[in-house]
Design a protein around this ligand. Structure first.
Ligand SMILES: Cc1cc2nc3c(=O)[nH]c(=O)nc-3n(C[C@H](O)[C@H](O)[C@H](O)COP(=O)(O)OP(=O)(O)OC[C@H]3O[C@@H](n4cnc5c(N)ncnc54)[C@H](O)[C@@H]3O)c2cc1C
Length: 366
């Protein structure tokens, strides 16, 4: 039987916040992307969980667009790429894979500074009229920002390894009147916004204004209070304000402070993980216009997968303008990305039992 015949989406009236709460929030499957909080005025956030502010018996927006309620990947691939992936396409569909870096990197970028360079280029060439980015304060507390200048995009460079409801910035951008909104974020956030764009549900709240999705590779993310207390303060003996940079490289989680690195093997950080990251099968933000990550390329470079026409066009234009430079990604580099992507799917499979017991449906056949 074809995947499509087996797969039935709940209609928008079948499931509402009660189902979301029962199937996603209470079992700690929520990735706190911010989708439901953004686009439904009756949902807020309390104790780092979506919470109902006002009951509405006729609305199922939150459940429909949640990336953890149900997800038919091949359906979205068919809509986005006009085909679903072949069996060998374990990183999803893409047109170009390359190692790239900004020339020169602007701001305190994490790897090759490609995300920042692509967003600045998109803004300067009119592909977008703002970019929703994730910023931090001196204590590494994070939040979304609607960046409208290159300087504001540059100020958000660098990875923050803590869960952030960045999608709420898209609603802020809509409220501010922007009509070509660029967004960068983790795979769950990209899934959330693609679902908003591509699902056959009759909600209209301005999703046509989302113009560009730049995805980040992501194996996992962390809970701010636990990471800062348990790892940064107790294990590393640092205050968050002392940390200049966090990085995960070669199996180590590292904090750099005053030029000195404190590190632990990544397995020792399990207790600080955000629980809702377990049930995620997407390492490379497979539904983004263009995906960017660290693994697979040398230090100071980023691995780039240009996926859609729009993503390829932006990548080509940034190359042509000299905003970025690129070289071939090696076979070994690509094999490493594929290995990590496979590990994430394996972890999803282990968590799938927990999800199935709550009735969610996911089509992520390999
Ligand atoms: C939580 C997390 C886990 C990651 N894990 C991996 C991994 O396992 N393997 C791998 O290869 N790469 C991983 N990455 C991606 C990697 O850290 C870099 O973001 C990527 O290589 C792009 O580098 P860059 O220099 O081009 O980005 P930059 O030019 O420095 O721009 C980074 C952008 O990331 C955005 N951002 C930062 N933190 C967050 C956040 N918490 N949520 C949403 N957006 C954010 C900012 O808005 C900024 O625009 C992860 C990223 C995140 C946020």
């Amino acid at each position: 039987m074809a995947a499509k015949e087996k797969y039935v989406e709940p209609t928008y009236l079948e499931c509402g916040f009660a189902e979301l709460d029962h199937k996603v929030v209470q079992p700690e499957l929520c990735c706190l992307c911010g989708n439901c909080i953004s686009f439904c005025p009756k949902i807020g956030q309390k104790d780092r969980k979506p919470t109902l502010l006002e009951y509405d018996p006729l609305c199922g927006l939150c459940y429909a667009y949640c990336p953890r309620s149900f997800f038919d990947r091949s359906h979205f691939e068919e809509k986005l790429f006009c085909r679903s992936r072949g069996v060998d396409e374990t990183l999803g569909i893409y047109k170009t894979a390359a190692a790239a870096r900004a020339t020169p990197a602007k701001g305190q970028v994490q790897d090759g500074g490609v995300v920042t360079a692509l967003l600045v280029h998109a803004l300067e060439t009119g592909v977008i009229d703002c970019a929703v980015v994730t910023t931090r304060n001196s204590r590494w507390q994070t939040g979304p920002r609607v960046a409208t200048t290159p300087e504001e995009i540059i100020a958000a460079a660098g990875t923050k390894y803590t869960i952030t409801s960045s999608v709420t910035g898209v609603q802020q951008a809509m409220d501010q009147g922007f009509t070509r909104i660029g967004f960068t974020g983790t795979p769950c956030q990209i899934q959330a916004l693609r679902k908003v764009q591509l699902l056959d549900e009759p909600y209209q709240f301005g999703q046509e204004k989302i113009a560009l999705l730049v995805g980040l590779f992501c194996m996992e993310n962390f809970d701010y209070p636990r990471l800062m207390q348990g790892l940064v303060k107790e294990t590393f003996g640092l205050e968050p304000v002392d940390v200049e940079r966090f990085e995960i490289q070669k199996g180590m989680f590292r904090a750099i402070s005053k030029g000195q690195a404190k590190e632990v093997p990544i397995e020792k950080t399990d207790e600080y993980l955000w629980k809702g990251c377990g049930p995620c099968f997407d390492f490379t933000a497979e539904l983004a216009d263009v995906s960017v990550g660290s693994v697979g390329s040398p230090q100071g470079w980023s691995t780039v997968l240009a996926r859609t026409e729009k993503g390829q066009g932006l990548y080509d234009s940034a190359l042509k303008s000299g905003a970025i430079e690129a070289k071939a990604v090696t076979e070994k580099g690509l094999a490493l990305v594929k290995r990590l992507a496979g590990q994430k799917v394996d972890r999803f499979d282990r968590n799938a039992e927990r999800m199935k017991s709550h009735g969610q449906k996911f089509d992520v056949k390999r």
